[in-house]
Design a protein around this ligand. Structure first.
Ligand SMILES: Cc1cc2nc3c(=O)[nH]c(=O)nc-3n(C[C@H](O)[C@H](O)[C@H](O)COP(=O)(O)O)c2cc1C
Length: 418
């Protein structure tokens, strides 16, 4: 069995790895508790020797404690500067190496060296495997934080004993990583110590040996390693096609009429927008029961959120109360997409039916469109677009039926009709 991830998942993992950076400058906005909980949960899923899970996570917000830790780091940093000579010493001094006070929170990741001990499977020979395990947890945390758009800076210019004292950590527990966490203005493409010329990134082809230390791999592997070395660092511009969003005029586009092709037109536009690196949210208000092609495909696509209304309103529905609730839920989600500004394009597929049935108020929809961030494009599809919506829209296209295969008995075709 080949158990590789679907391509979007796989890409997400490699992107998080390539785009992770050590961060020393933070925005002050707080990290929501549920986001922090997700990141910590990623940490605790790391491998650990004998499954001993030696870690704890001390979330440090208290400013007085952080000020003391920072003072200690400053002292240690001065001491470390003595290890460099001349120009390098000055450069070291000029580097910003921590963001302890700017970050909304700090996190100390510790290793309990006695957890489930004294005998731990696998830790007889290498006593430090508990510390290795804790580092694996920190790396998980670092990657998950990156995926959440949160920067992590590892501050190691401090004495573990001093950290123990300041945080009240018991003697048998080792503080392994002291981290600063927070949102950032951007993630550099490459390590700061690389771009400033402190050290280069080592070539993979020179790091990999075959069978014995110092021996080169066979040609096929050498070639593959060499190709990896030619692949450029990720480019922050490419990540975010939304950079120019603040100069952009968001449009309201309506595809209406009795002819087929309204959803298809909207999805064509989604395809185009994704190609430009825009972030897209689609809320389908009707097709709850159907497994449409677009729904199946959407799960694999980066930058695309695809929501299908609950168990959804369908033409065959017998429970209008349930339909109303599902429509309200879907609208709540759609309205938050439109207002939050995290998506460049929001598609409200078949919304007009829900307005028509009185499940969603037209006034609410119009208010949400009028008050949206100026750069957000919104696409609405469905028959009988209300007049007020047509008036507000920048583009309205009416699909007109000319011919339909239904008329000569051809049934709906997968990949064409759904
Ligand atoms: C164990 C460890 C300790 C580190 N300590 C510090 C530190 O005290 N200050 C700092 O600015 N960066 C620190 N870093 C960050 C490294 O400088 C950084 O990871 C490296 O330059 C590569 O850059 P990148 O993480 O952005 O890819 C530390 C990283 C690790 C893994």
């Amino acid at each position: 069995m080949r158990a590789a991830f679907p391509s979007a998942w796989k890409r997400g993992v490699y992107e998080a790895i390539a785009r992770r950076r050590d961060i020393r400058a933070f925005r002050p906005d707080p990290i929501p508790s549920e986001v922090l909980a997700r990141i910590l949960s990623a940490a605790r899923q790391a491998g650990s020797v004998g499954f001993m899970q030696p870690w704890n996570f001390i979330v440090v917000e208290d400013r007085r404690i952080r000020t003391e830790i920072r003072a200690h780091v400053e002292k240690e940093r001065e001491r470390a500067a003595a290890g460099f000579e001349g120009e390098r010493k000055e450069r070291y001094r000029a580097y910003k190496l921590e963001g302890i006070l700017e970050a909304p929170l700090n996190l100390c990741v510790t290793c309990d060296r006695e957890r489930f001990g004294p005998a731990v499977i696998g830790r007889n020979t290498i006593r430090d495997t508990d510390i290795y395990s804790t580092c694996a947890a920190i790396q998980n945390l670092w990657l998950a934080a990156r995926a959440e758009g949160i920067g992590v800076g590892w501050v190691s210019i401090l004495e573990p004993d001093e950290l123990r004292r300041l945080l009240g950590v018991p003697e048998h527990v080792l503080p392994v990583g002291y981290l600063c966490l927070g949102y950032v203005d951007g993630f550099p493409d490459r390590p700061m110590l690389e771009t400033t010329g402190w050290l280069p990134r080592l070539a993979l082809a020179e790091l990999v040996f075959f069978n014995r230390w110092g021996e080169s791999p066979p040609p096929r592997l050498s070639e593959a390693l060499r190709i990896e070395d030619t692949i450029e660092a990720p480019n922050a511009e490419a990540e975010d096609g939304t950079r120019a969003q603040h100069d952009r005029q968001g449009l309201v586009l309506v595809y209406t009429g009795n002819g087929k092709g309204k959803t298809t037109a909207a999805l064509g536009l989604v395809f185009r927008a994704l190609g430009r690196g825009l972030r897209v949210a689609v809320v389908q208000f009707i097709k709850g029961k159907w497994k449409t092609g677009e729904r199946l495909f959407a799960a694999e696509i980066l930058n695309l959120e695809f929501h299908v209304m609950g168990r959804g309103f369908t033409w065959e529905s017998e429970d209008l109360g349930r339909d109303r609730r599902a429509a309200r839920d879907a609208w709540a989600r759609a309205a938050s997409f439109i207002g939050a500004g995290e998506h460049d394009v929001v598609v409200l597929d078949e919304l007009t039916y829900c307005i028509h049935y009185g499940f969603i108020s037209l006034e609410e929809v119009l208010t949400s469109l009028r008050s949206r961030p100026t750069y957000v494009h919104v696409v609405v599809t469905g028959r009988n677009a209300p007049e007020e919506l047509v008036a507000l829209a920048d583009l309205v296209t009416e699909m007109r039926p000319v011919k339909h295969p239904f008329e000569h008995g051809v049934r709906a075709q997968p990949g064409i009709d759904f």
